[in-house]
Ligand binder design. Structure first.
Ligand code: TRP
Ligand code: ZN
Length: 868
């Protein structure tokens, strides 16, 4: 396996550029012919050859300016076509053939249930034809698709349809033209038979945009929510950023075979059907949320990604961090609730912190990449969004908007770097972000420690800060970074105190920690206050301050910031979970239990927040708080704490649960919050009284008409292995077995079934006709359900859980390397665990590393995991 890393520091502007491409694609499942005409120009004075990227292509012919290129003038390798002795301006005609039916990697041109579709980001276009497959080469695309119109009533590509003709041989040719120059990763083609939902949107300047949503036949009753979300996104971007859509047509196609969430191809988004198709009986509240945010995300890319794109793939966070930030803000505005922020933070703490402390640690702008697909990570996306959010915090909403305006003014139509983005923010606000840029260069989670001192005589309160970032797999030495801390001080009743200090705080009481240590003094403080130091999770850091239990309880009950309330309760519970796991204590103190009960009974807390406050810390979150973890001791401690808390919560949860039942289904925020809290209550009831929960789950499942509640019933029956579990699972299977998307929920539950029978069960489930390793949604549901959620059995003492995953990874290695490289993640964390787990996990990785034909994707990840 030859896998060489590319370095950010080696970036060179392209030797040639292509400003125009005409593509003709003659569809055939096994033998698609791709003809391309490229207008090529040499950049600058040099005599280097033209080196085009191309993989798995059969070259049929090659012409320059109409002349066949002689053999000795070109040279092919596995991944390139080099043409030498060429002029400064030339037209290159290339004909290749490709085999979409054999393409299970779902990158390039492939078949999804009989429909042709493409996925070109990051480097998939090179599997369609020879090209300069890099984002800083921007060309105008004209695409002619030729196929049988009976079989493919819809033949789509980017931009506007400019011609449709019937050919002499009976085939139809449809031609599309995209007026906006774009990098080839934004190219798309779709051909198939679909149901079509149409709508329109009038932009702020009064242009009518035709909106088209293509779904598999028979699925129109699941398309409305995606369309609504699209219109909401378009309106939101106009309102918040003054950004208007720029073509006359916006198409979204939902496909069943897709590696990621969705893709922002210009004017023709391709979506994983999971993020389009939903109605109340087939989809949960969470699914609806996912659709809103992914539809928003891809739409927002039209400006942050497409109109202004990335110079090179190291700059991925330029578009992804920014666009995730934009979709998070959109969702927050749509629901108007504090819990969105809590849920976003939970992702960072459970997954991003783990990545940043593990073998694949990388800054949001990586410096070295072997396989680009491995860097579509929670670091680049979600930590990237946190970095943008910190700039928003430091500059304020208006300042941030000024920076965005300048960014578009300067760079519309260009391929730029993260530095260009930061420069626009700085210049629009005369704000120095030079130190802040450490966030782009440094991996790892900064740790900020705070101590305090109260002086009653002078009525001063002093906070002392120190920061430190631990070494990561990719970098040993770390510098202090710029950490914005949103502060609050509270009295013993939880009332907010005014902040009087001579040090500069920016809007909203944001203090910038920029040095290794610093001190902040508050004046006129009447008594020792309780500080809130990271309100709204104002920086993606670990913060420690030695709170008393009482202070945490006060914050959780009264703080004016939803995140801080949740964080206080999580901190308190984690304290006792670790205490029990370490064998230091046996029992959760009664005042902690009383605090949870008080929250459950507090009528001033809205339902959505209450549901989060009543949740225990996640296993993943806990794993990121320590090194060398005895996983079974940790799981036992979680069990113990649940058992100790549950009896106290039982009564309130029982009555809350019945009060929360709704006679009518509705998708508004208040109803969603009720369903969410009612699920939290049901799980506490199950912990306290299995028999009662069994009845409640059974009757909820039977009486409910919506997937959210039915899945809540099933999830709890599954987690507690209640008597009704197996009959409910069977009923569900009977009802939905022909519906892959819905069966994903069932597969996931089977994966995380907390039962001794789970291994035998996995075998049965894998043999089901609806389970296909070639379908990423099916594979992920079952495999990640087991390896990332079924801690008890994934970490089974005899190593059988690791071996099961390892086997799936070996199968997926040849089917779909991208998916294999994602699903292997739980094994790569082996250093987190004590022996024998760590040793068994490592042995599985070593076995995989020996595979012949190991993909570049797995090679990079397994290699790093073993060596670091
Ligand atoms: N740019 C896509 C997004 O919106 C990411 C994506 C979709 C992707 N499909 C992919 C990345 C395939 C790599 C490979 O986030
Ligand atoms: Zn994106």
């Amino acid at each position: 396996m030859t896998a060489k890393a590319k370095l950010l520091s080696d970036y060179q502007a392209p030797d040639f550029t292509i400003d125009q491409i005409e593509l003709t694609i003659e569809l055939d499942a096994e033998n698609t012919k791709v003809t391309s005409t490229l207008r090529v120009q040499r950049q600058g004075k040099h005599d280097r050859p033209l080196i085009l990227d191309g993989e798995q292509l059969q070259l049929q012919s090659l012409h320059i300016d109409g002349q066949a290129v002689p053999q000795q003038q070109y040279h092919q390798t596995d991944s390139t076509l080099t043409i030498s002795d060429i002029g400064d301006e030339l037209t290159v005609d290339i004909v290749v053939t490709i085999n979409p039916a054999a393409n299970t990697s779902l990158e390039g041109l492939y078949l999804s249930d009989g429909a042709f579709c493409t996925q070109c980001e990051a480097e998939g276009f090179r599997k369609i034809t020879y090209y300069l497959d890099r984002p800083d080469v921007l060309a105008r695309f004209t695409t002619k698709i030729i196929g049988d119109v009976e079989q493919f009533p819809f033949m789509l590509s980017n931009g506007n349809q400019i011609a449709k003709q019937q050919l002499a041989d009976g085939r139809t040719a449809v031609t599309w033209q995209d007026p906006f120059p774009k990098p080839c990763y934004l190219f798309a083609l779709v051909a198939g038979d679909f149901d079509l939902l149409e709508d329109s949107f009038t932009t702020m300047s009064g242009r009518d945009v035709c909106l088209q949503l293509f779904v598999d036949k028979g699925n129109l009753d699941r398309a409305d929510y995606a369309m609504e979300s699209l219109k909401n996104s378009m309106a939101w971007d106009e309102k918040v950023y003054g950004l208007e859509y720029d073509l006359d047509i916006y198409m979204v196609v939902a496909v069943d075979f897709f590696n990621m969430g969705a893709m922002e191809n210009k004017g023709l988004n391709v979506f994983n059907s999971k993020y389009v198709l939903a109605n109340p009986s087939s989809a949960t509240d969470q699914d609806f949320n996912g659709i809103e945010s992914v539809i928003g995300h891809e739409y927002f890319h039209n400006w942050t990604g497409n109109r202004v794109t990335c110079r090179d793939w190291f700059q991925l966070s330029l578009k992804e961090g920014l666009t995730v930030f934009r979709d998070q803000c959109f969702s927050e505005d749509m629901t108007g609730s504090a819990v969105n922020r809590i849920d976003d933070v939970a992702i960072i703490r459970s997954h991003q912190f783990a990545e940043d402390a593990g073998p694949m640690a990388h800054p949001i702008r990586p410096q070295s990449v072997i396989e680009m697909n491995n860097f579509y990570t929670v670091t680049v996306y979600n930590k990237g969004a946190e970095v943008i959010r910190m700039m928003h915090t430091l500059l304020g909403a208006d300042g941030f908007r000024r920076g965005m305006d300048l960014y578009f003014e300067r760079h519309d139509g260009q391929a730029v770097t993260c530095d260009d983005f930061v420069a626009a923010m700085e210049d629009a606000n005369s704000f120095d972000l030079s130190h802040f840029k450490t966030w782009y260069q440094q991996a790892g989670t900064p740790e900020v420690t705070v101590t305090d001192h109260y002086d009653a005589d002078s009525q001063t309160y002093t906070l002392e800060f120190s920061q430190q970032t631990p070494a990561t797999a990719d970098q040993a030495d770390k510098k202090a970074t710029h950490v914005p801390l949103r502060l609050g001080l509270y009295d013993s009743d939880g009332a907010a105190l005014p902040l009087n200090t001579d040090s500069p705080l920016t809007d909203g009481n944001v203090y910038s920690l920029i040095t290794d240590t610093d001190t902040l003094v508050f004046n006129g403080v009447a008594s020792h206050p309780t500080p809130a130091l990271l309100k709204g999770f104002s920086a993606p850091i670990k913060l420690s301050y030695d709170y008393s239990d009482e202070q945490l309880l006060t914050l959780s009950q009264h703080c004016d910031d939803g995140f801080t309330r949740w964080d206080a309760m999580q901190t308190l519970l984690a304290r006792y979970i670790w205490g029990i796991a370490d064998g230091v204590i046996n029992e959760v103190p009664t005042q902690v239990i009383a605090g949870l009960v008080a929250i459950s009974q507090n009528q001033h807390i809205d339902d959505a927040l209450k549901a989060r406050l009543l949740q225990l810390p996640t296993v993943n979150g806990l794993l990121n708080q320590r090194e060398q973890i005895d996983i079974h001791a940790l799981l036992d401690a979680l069990e113990t704490i649940r058992q100790q808390v549950a009896p106290a919560l039982h009564q309130t949860c029982t009555s809350l649960y019945s009060e929360l039942q709704q006679s009518q289904y509705s998708l508004d925020a208040a109803s969603i919050a009720k369903r969410s809290l009612s699920a939290s209550c049901l799980s506490w009831i199950a912990e306290a009284n299995g028999q009662q929960a069994d009845q409640l789950c059974q009757s909820l499942y039977d009486s409910s008409d919506n997937m959210t509640e039915q899945l809540n019933a099933l999830t709890i029956a599954n987690r507690f292995d209640l008597p009704c579990r197996s009959s409910l699972m069977d009923q569900f299977e009977q009802r939905w077995q022909d519906d892959g998307l819905v069966m994903d929920k069932w597969l996931n539950l089977q994966g995380c079934w907390n039962s001794e029978q789970c291994f035998d069960n996995l075998k049965t489930v894998e043999a089901k006709p609806f389970f296909k390793l070639t379908n990423p949604n099916r594979a992920r549901s079952l495999i990640a359900g087991f390896a990332a959620m079924n801690y008890r059995y994934f970490h089974a003492e005899d190593g059988s859980g690791y071996q099961w995953l390892s086997q799936k990874i070996q199968n997926l290695n040849s089917i779909n390397p991208q998916i294999a490289a994602r699903l292997i993640n739980p094994l790569t964390q082996w250093r987190k665990f004590t022996a024998p787990q760590s040793i068994q996990m490592k042995a599985c990785l070593e076995q995989i590393y020996q595979l012949k034909d190991l993909s570049k994707d797995l090679h990079e990840i397994v290699g790093k995991s073993l060596e670091y």
